[in-house]
Design a binder for this molecule. Structure first.
Ligand code: CA
Ligand code: CA
Ligand code: CA
Ligand code: CA
Length: 466
């Protein structure tokens, strides 16, 4: 509205000088400063403060970041103000394309007139902002990875829109027009515009554009030696680090594969102890939870990403299954303890580790029959799942919470994203699963969505940079 206000100010102030022989001034305005690219035709009003006895041709140019012919239809570059008139409207027609783009500007500047008098004043230019109305199909929403049934090749990825109104299942297959994503989608990691889908059963990583899900490349595969039972991936020092169990029956062949993200190839491997599972980074330090694979382990191995060497291994509880780093730089490691079927059931445990010297500063122990998992963090609050309930605790806590936030759940995994708790229920592992969403401000069920078979990982896919 500033441009319109300026124009009317000049018109008023000039009309106060109506007895003076000074030339009039041109004003230029639109109703709004900003238009959606789908708004169609915009009227640009060009006004003079004086009335002329003959037609006046007004010449203008169009500049700015918007492109003539792509973002708006070409204009003639001049309009004729008829004799006796003080306004003429030029029509600018916006083009509603399908391109996802940032806001752009059209700058209309009056360059000359056919009138002998110099009537071009300071207000000879107008900036119009064109805002985009397009988006990528899979941004600003939740991606859910589905393991599918082991060795049946029915793993999939679903997208749930950010407003939780729409669900699209099987997006990798649909977008890339292929028969299958593969076997056992274990996890998804993001880096820049890419999503890396780690396929445990297919021994590969599918690299896709995270916002369109168009395939970029495949790393590894069932007949390749890049991966053997790959699990999770993290990014440090510009490279990808992927945990691998190796042969599940061999405790001595487990490793972290290092991926060159420019060439999407495995450039080296780092040997680690048995069962590397979750992996998290803090700057160039990598923490690998040694859950134990088909066995049981109890460590967090620390890797220096600048040398790709193991610097130390921190002892934590049995079967560490999830890790988070808090705002103070502490690493929190949640361990389930050994399950009863091992014949050596042990208690769950949570360890707080000072990452400046990689020492455990606080340990909290669960009951032997409690086997917590899915440690999440948002702000200064940690969340975890245990025995069908979700618990919350502050990152300054030194004792475990005794009261659950939400009870009666059956989550296979969960995530806390922007004040909401997302949990996946794999049901009977042969039927379609579901996504349950709880509002953590009052712990009420917010939404429930049907997904595909064995939903197992929940990831927020942010809005793409424009
Ligand atoms: Ca454009
Ligand atoms: Ca459009
Ligand atoms: Ca557009
Ligand atoms: Ca192994």
């Amino acid at each position: 509205m500033l441009t319109a206000a300026l124009a009317s100010f000049i018109l008023i102030s000039c009309s106060d000088d109506d007895d003076m022989p000074t030339p009039g001034t041109i004003g230029i305005s639109t109703t709004n400063d900003s238009y959606d690219e789908g708004d169609g035709t915009i009227g640009i009003t060009i006004s003079t403060s004086s009335v002329y006895a003959t037609d006046v041709t007004i010449n203008y140019e169009l500049t700015g970041t918007a492109t003539e012919g792509e973002d708006y239809q070409s204009l003639a570059g001049s309009v004729v103000l008829p004799a006796g008139e003080t306004t003429i409207v030029e029509s600018l027609t916006l083009i509603d394309d399908t391109e996802v783009e940032s806001s752009e500007e059209v700058i209309l500047t009056i360059t000359s007139t056919s009138n002998d008098e110099d009537i071009i004043g300071a207000n000879n230019s107008l900036i119009i902002t064109i805002t985009d109305n397009d988006s990528y199909p899979f941004e600003n929403g939740i991606l859910v990875s589905h393991e599918g049934n082991f060795s049946q090749g029915n793993a999939s990825i679903s997208f749930v829109s950010g407003d939780l109104t729409t669900v699209e299942n099987g997006i990798f297959k649909t977008v890339n027009d292929v028969d299958a994503l593969g076997d056992t989608a274990q996890s998804i990691s993001f880096h820049e515009n890419m999503a890396y889908i780690v396929m445990n059963g297919s021994q590969k990583i599918e690299v896709v554009n995270r916002y369109t899900f168009e395939s970029v490349t495949t790393i590894g595969g069932p007949n390749e030696t890049d991966f053997l039972n790959p699990r999770y991936m993290a990014i440090a020092n510009g490279k990808g680090y992927v945990t691998n169990w190796g042969d599940g029956s061999n405790p001595d062949d487990d490793y972290v594969a290092v991926i060159d993200l420019e060439t999407n190839t495995v450039e080296s491997t780092i040997s680690v102890a048995e069962g590397p599972e979750k992996i998290i980074t803090k700057d160039n330090t990598i923490y690998v939870a040694l859950q134990g694979g088909f066995n049981q382990n109890n460590g967090v191995t620390v890797i220096d990403a600048t040398t790709n060497s193991v610097t130390t291994t921190i002892t934590v509880g049995d079967r560490p299954n999830s890790m988070q780093i808090d705002d103070s730089g502490n690493l929190w490691v949640l361990s389930s303890g050994n399950p009863a079927w091992t014949g050596n059931e042990t208690a769950g445990q949570i360890d707080k580790i000072n990452t400046s010297d990689n020492t455990v500063t606080t340990t909290m122990n669960y009951a032997v029959t409690e086997h917590p998992g899915s440690l999440e963090i948002e702000g200064a609050t940690l969340y975890y799942y245990s025995g069908g309930s979700v618990y919350a605790m502050d990152t300054t806590a030194s004792v475990l919470p005794t009261t659950a936030e939400i009870e009666g759940l059956r989550f296979y995994d969960m995530a806390v994203i922007d004040g909401k708790l997302y949990g996946v229920d794999a049901k009977d592992f042969v039927s379609n699963g579901s996504l349950e969403v709880y509002d953590l401000s009052d712990n009420t069920l917010f939404a429930s969505k049907t997904l595909s078979i064995i939903p197992a990982g929940i990831y927020y896919n942010e809005t793409a940079a424009r």
